[in-house]
Every structure is written in structure tokens, then in C-alpha cells.
Design a protein around this ligand. Sequence first.
Ligand code: CUA
Length: 317
Amino acid sequence: MNWSIFPARASTIAGEIDALYSFEVIVAGIMTVLIFFCVFLFAIRYRRRHPDERPRPIHGSVALEVAWSVIPFLVMLVMFGWGAKLYFESYTPPRDALDIYVVGRQWMWKVQHPGGQAEINELHIPIGTPVRLTLASQDVIHSFFIPAFRIKHDVVPGQYQTMWFQATQTGRFHLFCAEYCGTDHSGMGGWVTAMTPADYENWLSGGGKNGTMTEFGERLFTQFGCASCHVMGAQGRCPTLQYVYGHPVELEVGGTVMADDNYIRESILNPNAKIVRGYHPDIMPVFQGQVTEEQLMQLLAYIKSLGGSSIGSLKQQ
Ligand code: CUA
């Protein structure tokens, strides 16, 4: 039987995470053994041998106190520095990452690829390519966990979360929901299929026949009536969405906000939350409850495609 403490190490960060984990377990192990050794040693060595025995008081040792303060401090500092470095690495996706969108709901994961391919409880990805996941929840808090990639992120309703990874080997890896979310939480899992880039291209060409995410988004943009106002030359009643994504936006109340995924999401669901300078509130309808998280992601893909920072997505073949 193939026995191993760790699950497969299938991402670029997995080895480093395991190294940090092992370091912490070894330090904790050494400390545990040392403490228990001293407890037993002192209990035996300094036990009271006669009823009238009185110990001699000790008045302390500066050298000893400095040693047991400074050495653990330095060891903790290594854990902190190492952990912080890994944290920033694992939460800063490279700019050229492939975008994939994930919606969690009771009790399944729904995945959309930029080319329009959709899957449930399955995630197909190419190896050797950074992949950025944009995650949203339609109901309660879930947590997206791929043990073989050593990544996990809570998926909190009402906002987007992002996480990224780069797979290093092909195969099928378990994915889980790691936050108790109701009756079928334990069944809210599936499989990640890591493929060679060529196989991934092949897989992509098998789906998305109804259009790319951007095309879906454009259709919704028209269907919800956004297009009648938010395009150039609409008598200036609404801010144009060209070149908005990834740029700072001036607000009516003063100050600016970055037009990122979460700002655009909020502005669709609750347009009056942050009014763009020079525009009136209450013109745009509130879409809270009118659009699903998946539709929001499609609208976002469309708005990104109108210009702004590169969205770093793989174009549909
Ligand atoms: Cu979703 Cu647990």
C-alpha cells in the first residue's frame, strides 16, 4: 500500500508549504520532549527526601533568562518571516494568470471558464500555467480547498475572493468544501483534473458552444437594459464603462475608489453605494436579487473586455 503523511505535492507552492509545516512540527516536537524531560527530571532529582528538608532559594540567572527569551524569539521570528513570505506568494497572482470563475452554493461548486465552458464539481486546468480563481458564494460561507495544491480560501457571500496556483503534475486531485455549510457539506466536493496544456486546449474546444463568458455578459448587458445607458453618447446620464476596469473612479462624496471586481459587483447590485462623481443616484435600478452570481461574473467579464487593465484570460480558440 502506498502510504504517505502528505497528499500529493502537485503545485509550485506545495513543497514550500510542507517544509514550513514540517519545520513547525519539528520545533513543537523538540519543545514538547524537552519540557516533559525536564518535568520528570526535576520531579525525581529535586524531590523532598526528608520531612524537614528545606530547599535553598535561587535568586535567578540573567544569562539563563536571556537565553530562554531570545532563542525562542528568534525561532518564532523565522516562523513569522517564512510564513509571511509564503502568504504573500500564495495571495499574489501573477499578472498573466488564466482566469477561472467559481461559484459555491449549497451544495456544489459551479465553474465557468472564460471560453464559456461550464462544469459542476469538476475543475479542468492546464499544468505549468498560473491559474487565478475568482470565487463567490450564492448563499452561505463555503471554503474552496485543494489539498494537493496546498491552497484553501473561504468563499464569503457578498464579495469576491481570489486565489491562485500553478499545477506541476497531471492527474486527478480531490477538491473539497472546508467550511461547514449545511446538511450536504460533506458531499460538496469534486475533482480537479490537471492536464497538459495541449490536452487542456483540446478539452476547451469541446465546450462553450453557446459563446464565451464575455459574449454571455454582453447578452445580459443588453437584456438588463444596461446598454441603453452605459455606452458612449447616451446623453451623459450614466458613466460610460469603457476603460473603467482597473482604473480609479472619482466619487460624488469625494475620494476615489479602484474599479476592481468587487467595486463593479457592488455597483451592479447596489448602484447607490458609491456614486461616480457628477452623476445622480436612483437612476440605475438595483439589481440585488435580480442576477445570479454566475451572471454577475459574466457581466464582469464583459466589462473587463471593454478596456482597462488586461484581464489575463486565455482567449477562446
Ligand atoms: Cu460548502 Cu461546506
